[in-house]
Ligand binder design. Sequence first.
Ligand code: MSP
Length: 646
Amino acid sequence: MSRYYLTTAIDYVNSRPHLGTAYEKVTADVIARYKRLAGFDVHFLMGNDEHSQNVYKKAVEEGFHNNPVAYCDRMEEEFTAVWKALHCSYDDFIRTTQPRHKAAVQKLAQAAYDAGDIYEGVYEGWYCVSCEAFKPEKDLVDGKCPIHPTLTPEWIRDKNFFLRLSKYRDRLIKHFEANPSFLEPEIRRNEILRLLDAGLEDISMSRAGQSWGVPLPFDPDSVVYVWFDALINYATAVGYGTDDARFAQWWPADLHVIGKDITRFHTVFWPAMLWSAGVEPPHQVFGHGWLHYGGQRMSKSLGTSVDPVEAAAKFGPDAIRLYLTKEITYGSDGDFTWERFEERYNVDLANNFGNLVSRVVSMADKYRAGRITPAGDGGRLAGVAGAAFERYRKGMDAFELHEGVAAAYELVDATNGFIADSAPWKLAKDPANAARLDAVLFEAAEAVRVAAVLLRPVMPSSCDEILRRIGAPVTGSDLRLDHARWQSAAERATVQGPPMWPRSEPKETIVTEPAAPASATSAPAAPVPAATAPAADTRIGIEDFLKVELKVAKVREASAMPKSKKLIRLLVDVGEPEPRTILAGIAEGYQPEQLIGKTIVIVANLKPRPMMGTESNGMVLAASGPGQPPILVAADDSLPPGTRVG
Ligand code: MSP
């Protein structure tokens, strides 16, 4: 089995993780889980970066001046609790204060020294403590670091040891040319190529007179500079300095997933450090974009952070994982707002995938007592699933995670459409259709199974639950990518369960514009009496409005009601196992055949009422001006049936 070693950046522990740092870990976890699904022997490393001056300062502030490591112990617990809450499946969690790391840092520093690549000098310049990096004057904006504009850089003059980075410039350029995928996406590679073109200066790799850090083996009065120290974590974790056999097995790393702000450290400093010590550089680095909040990079120091645990606790970890993967083009910056997150939760999970699962399982239960049997090789959905599989694999292999998810959702959407078109509730009425009903139920369930296998790297626990409900033969970590191929063998036993993702109801609905008058109508709209006297306040509170369930519906059938000039009998799909019959007073505005396929809005929680010998189960919304025929209130066609309006 091929091995795949991937890592994330290790985090400074002067503050708790926020959703921006979580973005990196979650997307790297999606890659790790995808690689496992694809059959690789994966080693996934995460960890904490502890030897930063900011971490030391924070430890002192928190009363740990005698024992900063104890502060880091506490932060390790906090960080790993967050990563576990987000279902990050790391195999190892490294900390830079661990003895194994000290051994690795000292070995690499000594090797570079022995190679003649480290020399002593004096450094003077502006230093941003948050970046833990010297900043050339030309890079400052109004005297401030552009990444941390709320902090003032410090002027530092130090006796330092330097790494001969300049010596490696040509080799780096050649390496980039020979390995076009070394740094992705392309925009990041171009940034680094420009930097290399401009020339490289040697970099400081030590700090004098500090105790917080790994002592330099050739000058115990200095400690190793935090970035030189931190990068080595990737080698430490697989045995560099402690276990040569293990290191030979796992190095070079296949992928470092990092933020776009630290590509220079990973693709210029790090390869040079490794070459200097006679070690190969990693195969690939991916520099993802930043998560923004309120138009700014999400960051504790900028006051724009969102707590990832709060989001996971409210909507489940898989909902937040889906948002981060599906809504942001991987490699570009993306936005998070609570409003948008809640909206996507309702559309993608509650109304779409979640509703599809409930529908399929409840129809299997109702019509076949939870036993569905294959009939044939699958109909049109087998083809859609095959195409989705190919698009998914291409996207995921290219780290276009958003593309992979979109491919899986193509199948979810097609399955919803297939159910609406095949109308199993109609087939169930006539025993002559039994074989067709079997085929439709199996095809829909199989499509859900394939979608759940594809989405498992993104939503592991929910997809396992869906696979269980749908009676999938293989679930959990035994799944391989081949299980996402269409299977038309073996009876499946489905299992009912509560909604996977209950709809989230907004606490408050803000209406900015008064809507055009719309009348809820199941009979001809009655003329509204003119107001004669100052009316009492007839306005209703939001709590009353929220009692009315307005939902998107698709008209499947429409026919004129005999003996009525005004009523049309509609059969509408509201995302429930069976469509509803509604009698609507819209015959003066429409011919029945014009209505088929329309996406409309209905009042869904109205008590059914008998009308002209038929039970009407809901009301359609229509607007009509005085003396004008009614016009239906339309909803966007992309909204799946059952989507809540309000
Ligand atoms: N300790 C260094 C990394 C050393 S790796 C050998 C560091 N730490 S950090 O805590 O500042 O950032 C950790 C990671 O989170 C980095 O990859 C950084 O780019 C990423 N992010 C920090 N804020 C982020 C967003 N708002 N959005 C996305 N990623 C973000 O840098």
